[in-house]
Design a protein around this ligand. Sequence first.
Ligand code: SF4
Ligand code: SF4
Length: 326
Amino acid sequence: MTRLSTAALQTAMKYDVLANWEINKLCNLNCEYCFVSRKRRRSPAYAGHRVETIVDAFNGSGLVWLIHMSGGEPFLQPYFVELCKELTKKHYISINTNLSTPNVNDFADTIDPRKVAFIHCSLHIDERQRINGLEAFTEKYHLLEDRGFKTCASQVMYPPTLKNFEPTFNRLRENGIAVSPKTFRGHYHLKNYPSDYTQKERNLIQQFQRHDHSHDSIFLFGNLSFTGLMCDAGKDFVVISYHGIVRRCFGDPTSLGNIFQGKIKLLRRPELCPANICTCPYFGLRFAHGNYKVVKETRLNAARYCISKLTQTALEHLGLPRSPNG
Ligand code: SF4
Ligand code: SF4
């Protein structure tokens, strides 16, 4: 298959809306910093919807989508390669994956790379080492690259991981994989990250970032805020939950309908950002109009976060719905 340059790939993609879609919640790994609860990560009830249901939903909207599939682990969706084949007849896709399942090879052999914006391969090194999967990760990564897919790799800079990451980072670099260090945004031992990274930790992350062209160096000192600025989220970008609920973004929970029920109404023009913190700053940087502020987290927010996690767990035990990504 002819390999296309990144620029050629992006120029060729003409779509109406970018969607960040939670395709499933099922996952075979157990990362400590995961947003999906342990119970749901192992529940076949959250493996994903039927191929026909999904394809009809996106096709029935009358729009051309760039569907960014996130999970869970998208490759665990039943008939995932068949789903990608069907979706890419009219739409474009991109994928967040842990690159740990055998059907990655089938995907590489079947799907047209010109329909795939990128494949973001998350290393999750602690889990990868537990399953002895570093070599398989490297092989699959290079297979996708060789078939012409635009690939990138990243590792969350979770405080316990950060201390021992350097040898793996160097080994992968020697093998032609430049791992982007992703700033950890969350709480660990009642500290708030990224605000509570020590200077030593920041220096280490910045050392890894020397070879990196992503936005993550911006997030190293706090969260981003675009409050009060116009943002195209809801018009050019939406988030779609596992159950099909379409929202403007992670920071603005206003519902714009449900794609599986064939009822969505996107915004017609940019609107003000109502969120104190942009919890999806990659999208904020792309869709908000104007300059961001860096906001430091407080101890009060850490306590609130812990209470919210406990509440979410209690709701799950009672079988009641939790917030998306909770
Ligand atoms: S690979 Fe992703 S979805 Fe799976 S446990 Fe890790 S963070 Fe969660
Ligand atoms: S800046 Fe971020 S939080 Fe605000 S509306 Fe845009 S995407 Fe949502």
